[in-house]
Design a protein. Sequence first.
Length: 672
Amino acid sequence: MALLVSGCDAIDLSELTQRDAKTRVRAEPPGEHCEFGGDAVLTGLDQDRDGELDDAEVTATEYVCDDAIPKVRTRARAEPHGVNCALGGQTVESGLDRNANGQLDDAEVTLAEFVCATSVSNVLLRVRPVAPGERCPQGGQVSHAGHDANANGLLEEEEVIQEVYACNEAAPVLSRVRALPAFAAPCDGDDGGGAAVEAGPDLDGDSALTTSEIAATDYACGLAAADLKLRQQAEPAGPNCPRGGTRVEAFEDRDDDGALDPAGFASTVYVCQATRVHDGSFVIADPVDLVALEGVTHLRGTLTFSAPTLTDASLPSLAVIQGSLTAEGNSSLRRLSLPALRFVGGDVAVRSNARLDALALGGASGAVLWVERSLFVEDNPMLPTLAGLAAVQPRDSIFLRANNAMVEPGPLPRVVVLQGSLVIKDNLRMDRTPFVNLARVHGDVRLTGNAGMPAPSGLEKLTRVDGTLELRENSALEVLHPLAGLGSVGELHLIGNPRLTDTSGFTRLSYAGRIFIQGNKDLVSAGNMPVLEQVTQDFNVRYNEKLQRVHRLPLLKSVSAVVAAGNPVLTSLEGFSQLTRLNTLESLGNAALMSLGDLTLLRELDFLSLQGNAALTGFGLPELARVSGAFVVVDNAKLPTCQATALLASVFQGDPVTGVNIGGNDDAATCP
C-alpha cells in the first residue's frame, strides 16, 4: 500500500474507512442517460476529508430516471341546445393521459369548456368555468369570443377578441303577493283588480324583493291579496329549471287552513339558479362583443348597441340591466331581441336605426319588463310595429317619434300610469296610439305632427292628465271621441289641426286648468263639453278662421278668463252664459262678433278688453255691475263711443288714469 504525502497534511489511505464514503445527487437533463431527465447519484470516498464529494473522488454513478411526462389529450362531443350553448355546439374536455393509452379517459378529464355556435357567421363562443376566488367569490364562467379564422370549429387563444366574466350570485329566494288596483293590466276586465304573485332572488341581501329582483310573476285576477298563501320548495334540475332552483306555489286559502280551497286558484312560478352577473357597463361595437355577452343574465351597468355592421342582435339570456339600454345609430341592424329582459334601471332608447324592422324586448313567460325611467323609440324609419314591446312598463315617460313605417303600433297593454309624459310626434303613418290601458299621466300628453292619425284612438281609458294634453298639427285629425273618458286635464291645447271641425268628444271632462284652441282651419264650433264645470285659468280661442261659436257648456260656472282673438266669423259665445264672474273678458279682432250678449249673467270683471271688433255694435251685458281693474274699448268701428262711456260710468271702480282706454270707436253715433 502506497503512502501519499503532502507536507505535514499527509493522509494515509489505509486510515480511510466506510465513514468517509460520500454520496452526491445532481439533476440529470433529458438525454443519453435519461430520456425524460431525472437524477444522477454520485458515490465515492471523501479522500481529502473536506466533507464533500469532489468530482475527482467520484468512483460510481447511478441514474434515477423520471417516467415519461403524460401527454395532454383532448376530446370533443356534441353539446345540444340548452343552458350551456343556446344554439348548440361542442363540449371540449382535456386532461393528462396518465395511463399512456393514447386517449383521454373519463377519470383523466380535468377541464371542460364549451365551444358554442352563435347566430353570427364565423364567430365562435368559448365558455370556461371559473373557480371561486377573488374575481368571482362564488365561481362563475368566463366567455371568450372571436372569429374562427382557420375554420376548424374551435376558438384558439390567438383568435380571442373579447373576454367577459359572468359571476354566479346564488341568493335566497323571496316571494310576495301584491294587490293590483282596479283596471290595472292584466286584471282590467269587468271584475277589476286582483293580485300579483312575485318571486325572485334577494341579490342585495336586504330581505326585500325589489323590482329589479323579480324573476317570476303570475296574476290572480278578481282575488284579494289576503286570499292567497305562498309556499316554497326546492326545484330539482329539469325542464322547469335546467340547473335547479326554487318552486313558489300560490294558492287560494280563504279559510286559513293551509290548504288549497276546493276549486280555488292555484299557480306555480319558478326562480331558477342561473344568475350570472357582469360588473360594469358594456358596449356592443361588433358581432364579437354581442356573442361574448351571451352568457350574462345580469349587467351591473349600462348596455349600448353601437355597431354599424351588426345586422341581427339577440341576447336570449339577459334579464336585468341596472343602468340604461341604448341602441342608437346601428345603420345595418334589422332585428333587436332581448326576450328575457325584465328590468332596466334607467332609460330604454331605440333611436336612429335606419333598417330596424323587428324589435322585441321582454315578454318571455309573460313577465313584465319594468323600465325605471323612460322609453324612447325614435327615428326608426322601417320599424312597422311596437308589438314586441307589449311587456314594457316604464315608470316615467314615453317618446314615440318619426317611426314612419309604423301604421298600427301596438298595443302596449302594460302601460297604465306614467309619472312623466307621453309624446307621440311626427310619425308619418301611425293611425292610432298603442296605449289601450293608459289611465293617468302625471306630466303631459302631446300628439304632434302625426299625419296619418284621424283620431287619438287607443286612449279610450285615459281619465286624467295632470299636465298639458296637446293635439297639434295633426293633418288628418277629424274627431276627438276616443278621449271621452277624460275627466281632468291641466291644460287642453288644440292647435293647428286643419281637418278638425268641432271639439265634441270630451263627454266626461269636468275640470281643466286651461283650454287653448288656436289655428284649426276648419273648426266651426268649440265647446260641446256637457259636464265641464271649472276652468281655473283661461278659455282661449284664437285664429280659427271658420269658428262660428263657442257653445254647449251648460255646467261651466267657473272660469278665470275668456279670451277670443282673431276669429273672423265668430258670432256666438253662448257657452259662457252661466258665468257670473271673470277675471278677464277679452275680445280682439273678431270681425263678425256683434255683441257680448251671450254672457247674460256676468256681473263682475277685473279686466275688460274689447279691441278691433269691426261688427261690434253693443255690449249686451245687462247684469254687469263692476269692473275693478281695467276698462279698454278701442278700435271697434261700429260701437258707439257714448255706450262705452256710459258703461264705464256705471261699472268701473278702478283708477281712471291708468285703467281706462276708450278710443277709435264710433264717435258719431248717438245713444238714447
